[in-house]
Design a protein around this ligand. Structure first.
Ligand SMILES: NC(=O)c1ccc[n+]([C@@H]2O[C@H](COP(=O)([O-])OP(=O)(O)OC[C@H]3O[C@@H](n4cnc5c(N)ncnc54)[C@H](OP(=O)(O)O)[C@@H]3O)[C@@H](O)[C@H]2O)c1
Length: 302
């Protein structure tokens, strides 16, 4: 076979394999009886966006909820909202700031002692104020500290705290919220991309470790979802509301890796076919535009 024919054959096999994985993730109907996994679900970053939607949806399905976020008033508000619509569900709130030192995990451990936690949603996360070159980020050392603690440490520490009991009971579900930004380089959001890359690989490694031990672990890698963090205010085909997104993601909880939403699967599939240098160029162009707009807006308000 000539060089061109061999290269063509390899390319075809590669695209066919990617397509097979894509359709499997898109179509595999994995419905679990979530209530049987345990009595309590713990959700971090649960006063807004995706985390809040998880807490509300899991409560609707009969689980007691532990809400963990930074702001006490917002926690109480979400707790009230849950209890007003699900009077039999118990709600506990823990106010901690995940950018603080590891003593917050002692606080959390004390608050959840003795609870049968079947589901852990490691959702809390932060990003840049606007896309920026890593060397030009204002207060760069603080961003490094805060983002690693919030996006990386929270996932590892809480998993380390809760997984052993799940394994002992041979039941449990851990959803670690990464991002499509963790699946390939994202110039101008380098630290965010790296932190989400950690979450993805950590989760998929753990999923394989736990596969035969009764505990499901999922790396959840969404594209854009309407939220404060994304800055997207109106839903569209590729940017669902948190409620739409979570309903869809909960139908895919048994997959060790998923974007959680059909349109994000399409987006990820398309991006995975692009050579990295092209993907980097396109991202630089797009996020460079977002950066320029943000800098212009800033200079006007200063
Ligand atoms: N939205 C997207 O397009 C998108 C796409 C891919 C991945 N993700 C990931 O999805 C997760 C949720 O994002 P989101 O868009 O739903 O965010 P969001 O709407 O901004 O909500 C963030 C939540 O996290 C809490 N939080 C933020 N910083 C915290 C801290 N230092 N300590 C404790 N709690 C803190 C907030 O609590 P307070 O109310 O107290 O601030 C809030 O409840 C993140 O991990 C994000 O990286 C989001």
């Amino acid at each position: 076979m000539g060089f061109l024919a061999t290269t063509g054959a390899f390319a075809l096999v590669y695209v066919a394999a990617r397509l097979a994985a894509f359709f499997y993730r898109l179509l595999s109907p994995v419905r679990l009886d979530i209530k049987k996994i345990g009595e309590w679900a713990l959700v971090t970053g649960s006063t807004d966006g995706i985390g809040r939607a998880y807490a509300i949806e899991l409560a609707k399905r009969g689980l007691n909820i532990i809400l963990i976020s930074r702001t006490k008033e917002k926690l109480e508000q979400v707790a009230k909202e849950i209890q007003n619509t699900n009077s039999t569900v118990q709600v506990k709130t823990v106010a901690v700031d995940f950018t603080k030192d590891s003593s917050i995990y002692t606080t959390i451990r004390e608050q959840i002692r003795g609870l049968d936690i079947g589901i852990l949603i490691n959702n809390v996360g932060m990003s840049y104020e606007y896309p920026e070159f890593f060397d030009k980020v204002e207060n760069g050392a603080k961003l490094v500290n805060d983002m690693i603690r919030c996006n990386v440490d929270s996932v590892a520490y809480l998993t380390q705290m809760i997984l052993p009991d799940m394994l002992k009971n041979r039941r449990g579900l851990i959803v670690n919220v990464s991002s499509v930004s963790g699946l390939r380089p994202v110039p101008l959001l380098a630290l965010y991309s790296g932190s989400k890359g950690f979450v993805d690989l950590f989760s998929r490694s753990l999923a394989a470790e736990c596969a035969t031990r009764g505990v499901l672990v999922q790396s959840l890698c969404p594209g854009f979802v309407v939220s404060k963090l994304s800055g997207i205010r109106k839903s569209s085909l590729f940017s669902p509301t948190p409620e739409q997104f979570v309903k869809s993601a909960l139908n895919r909880v048994a997959l060790p890796f998923t974007t959680g939403y059909w349109a994000h699967e399409l987006q990820d599939f398309g991006q995975s076919l692009l050579p990295e240098f092209l993907s980097n160029k396109a991202t630089m162009l797009f996020l460079g535009g977002v950066r320029a707009k943000a800098l212009k807006k800033r200079s006007k308000t200063q």
